[in-house]
Design a protein. Structure first.
Length: 342
């Protein structure tokens, strides 16, 4: 009897930008933006995920599209819980399923209160047991690093809300740093730059597209340019500006610097034996930020360490958390028990 429910356990990478759900025995079944559209008057949910993301910045007064997570933590509890429940139902077509065990990923730097909020959201969304795994740990497992061996593995996970840097050895995190500068800040930097340099207002979705098409962290051989549309801040009318990759790179300089600093600070805190291992094995980049052109070269340039991009950086965390579900007994030690600090 118990076996018929074995496939129900799941892992959730509850991200600021995207939420992924991994179901035991099935793999990643859902990957949608962490966005919820609500009816202003009643708070009733109108859309979640891709559909809600299309509404960002385009809603009439009676509808609001929000991102319930900010900087990797829950900013709007009810919306997060509803979103989580919706995503779980998407994966579980049957309504009468046994309550699943759930592994949820959290940034490594969060407080006990934020920690509890995540667990609570999992229980409210219908989990039987909620386990927590730290994102850099999940990212390292998902990227295929030998986390249980006595060698230093360094992972840099650049997500939407946080950048997680960690050195992992013997199944545990030796040093880690979680900074709240990541993909969202890169988008914001583009918005601020366009405002300042071109007096042009951009929406956050346009800024994200600019980052993906033109953004880079290190000078490239062929630097493309593109037309960007926004609203002229002087005339209030729509206007198009031609912007080059080099200019976008300048715009991204500050948040990129914060990310590089986090990597350096973590290396600085790393015991010498492990630092030697990282020199050999290199740093592994995961998360959506790993797709920013030249970020690997930039880190290589600034740290002198070899840098590799994980095979599928966007799903590394979800796959790592999924492995915790598949080999639950073997990987139990990497799951965080309730923080003792209250």
């Amino acid at each position: 009897m118990a076996n018929s429910f074995i496939g129900r356990d799941m892992a959730v990478d509850l991200g600021t930008a995207n939420t992924l759900v991994y179901v035991r025995g099935k793999g990643v079944l859902l990957d949608e933006p962490s966005v919820v559209a609500l009816k202003e008057s009643t708070g009733e949910i109108l859309a979640v995920g891709h559909e809600a993301k299309r509404m960002l910045g385009r809603t009439p007064d009676h509808i609001t599209a929000i991102r319930p997570l900010k900087d990797g933590v829950i900013a709007d509890f009810e919306a997060t819980e509803q979103m989580l429940r919706y995503f779980i139902q998407q994966v579980h077509r049957r309504r009468y399923f046994a309550k699943p065990r759930m592994v949820i990923c959290v940034p490594s730097g969060i407080t006990a209160v934020e920690h509890r909020a995540v667990k609570e959201a999992g229980y409210m969304a219908g989990a039987r047991r909620v386990y927590i795994v730290e994102e850099p740990m999940a990212a390292a497992i998902g990227a295929g690093l030998p986390v249980h061996q006595a060698t230093g593995n360094m992972v840099v996970d650049v997500g939407g809300g946080t950048t997680e840097v960690a050195v992992i050895s013997l199944g545990g995190i030796v040093t880690s740093l979680s900074v709240r500068t990541a993909g969202d800040d890169l988008d914001q930097a583009i918005v601020a730059w366009m405002k300042k340099e071109h007096a042009l207002m951009l929406g956050e979705r346009t800024a994200e597209e600019v980052k993906m098409t033109l953004g880079s962290a290190f000078p490239q051989l062929d630097e493309p340019e593109a037309e960007i549309r926004g609203r002229d801040m002087v005339s209030g009318l729509p206007r198009t500006v031609v912007v080059s990759s080099a200019e976008v790179r300048q715009a991204l300089e500050e948040p990129l610097h914060a990310i590089v600093d986090a990597v350096r600070a973590t290396l600085d805190q790393t015991p010498p034996e492990l630092a030697g291992d990282i020199m050999d094995r290199g740093i592994v980049l995961t998360g959506g930020g790993a797709l920013l052109r030249g970020l690997d070269e930039r880190l290589r340039h600034e740290t002198g360490m070899p840098v590799h991009i994980a095979e599928d950086p966007l799903t590394s965390v979800a796959i790592g958390a999924g492995k915790c579900v598949e080999e639950f007994e073997a990987l139990q030690q990497v799951l965080v028990t309730d923080p003792r600090r209250g």
